[in-house]
Design a protein around this ligand. Structure first.
Ligand SMILES: C[S@@+](CC[C@H](N)C(=O)[O-])C[C@H]1O[C@@H](n2cnc3c(N)ncnc32)[C@H](O)[C@@H]1O
Length: 308
């Protein structure tokens, strides 16, 4: 087995590495899934713990696939796919049940730090924001083609903008004369309505909303969570790290209630019908030392559940 850890370190620094892997409670002969390979930091650590076991990793970004090519191991399989197809890819690989699943949601440092991907508010770049470049909707499609009502909904729901309606109207008025091309165009159009002194936070919320819509992240997460319930063995672990409240709320609800929205269902006898029991009442957060070394860890919330 050849694991080239150094090649991966610049791509993304894994967050709460020890806590995530400990959360999986690894059986060295078990089958595990890393649903968000990224630069492979978590995958490498899981592979170190396996003896006879298997790791299947997913990522929808082709850059991540290239990273995965540096892992040469019989225990490792990479699926260049959206994790919403979890069950299908497991089946294709002859796997029906797994011992544990890890998902480290959102985007990697590599994606954020690549100006040409358009994810960052810090650089000028194209309004792209696709994790999977094969999909046709980009951030430009959304800001140039969505109706005012659709934009209002996207900014309100996914960016939690207080002035989502005003933002939608500004975009629609601006694009009549000049369609949006770059992230700089978008920021310039929204600057007059951004709260004074909090412009960066405001743009981060706008970009988050667009990224979630472009990549249909909420739908992917919901489909994925339900499949985790179907494919995890009894006593197997689900370990999920999220970076914003919308995701964390869905994860928490699913772990506690078996549904991303609404209340737990009960059978005829009043027993709760849910696949997992949560083993972290409150989410685990990164230590101060880790946040000092890796600012991405600041907003991370880690939740762990066990299959009933
Ligand atoms: C925070 S990074 C993961 C970093 C990784 N744990 C590491 O240590 O390098 C998230 C990764 O998940 C991928 N991703 C996000 N949503 C996805 C989805 N629905 N399906 C597959 N990959 C996804 C992104 O492309 C990105 O590479």
């Amino acid at each position: 087995m050849k694991l080239e850890a150094t090649a991966m370190s610049n791509y993304h620094k894994p967050v709460m590495l020890q806590q995530c892997v400990a959360g999986l409670n690894i059986d060295p002969e078990g089958i595990y899934v890393d649903a968000t390979f990224g630069g492979g930091g978590h995958s490498l650590k899981i592979l170190e713990e396996l003896k006879g076991g298997k790791l299947m990793a997913f990522d929808q970004d082709k850059d991540s696939k290239h990273q995965a090519e540096s892992i040469v191991s019989h225990s490792f399989t990479f699926c260049s796919a959206n994790f919403m197809h979890l069950k299908r890819y497991l089946k294709l690989n002859g796997v029906s049940k797994v011992n544990g699943i890890l998902a480290d949601l959102g985007v990697s440092s590599h994606q954020i730090d690549s100006p040409e991907r358009g994810f960052s508010t810090r650089f000028d770049g194209p309004l792209d924001m696709r994790m999977d470049k094969a999909i046709s909707t980009t951030a430009a499609t959304i800001v140039n083609e969505y109706s005012e009502i659709q934009l209002h909904k996207v900014f309100g729901m996914y960016g939690e903008l207080k002035n989502a309606k005003t933002a939608a109207r500004s975009i629609v008025q601006h694009r009549v004369s000049t369609p949006f091309v770059s992230t700089r165009d978008l920021k310039a159009a929204l600057l007059p309505i951004a709260p004074r002194g909090k412009e960066n936070k405001y743009f981060a919320q706008v970009f988050q909303a667009l990224r979630i819509e472009v990549n249909d992240e909420m739908k992917a997460l919901e489909d994925f969570l339900h499949q985790c319930g179907e494919v995890t063995k009894k006593d197997g672990r689900l370990v999920i790290m999220s970076y914003h409240s919308l995701e964390d709320r869905m994860v928490k609800n699913y772990m506690n209630k078996g549904k991303v929205f609404g209340d737990v269902e009960k059978d005829f006898y009043g027993n709760e019908i849910k696949p997992f029991k949560s083993i972290t009442r409150k989410p685990i957060e990164a230590s101060r030392e880790e946040v000092e070394q890796n600012s991405r860890a600041r907003s991370a919330k880690l939740r762990i559940a066990e299959k009933i």
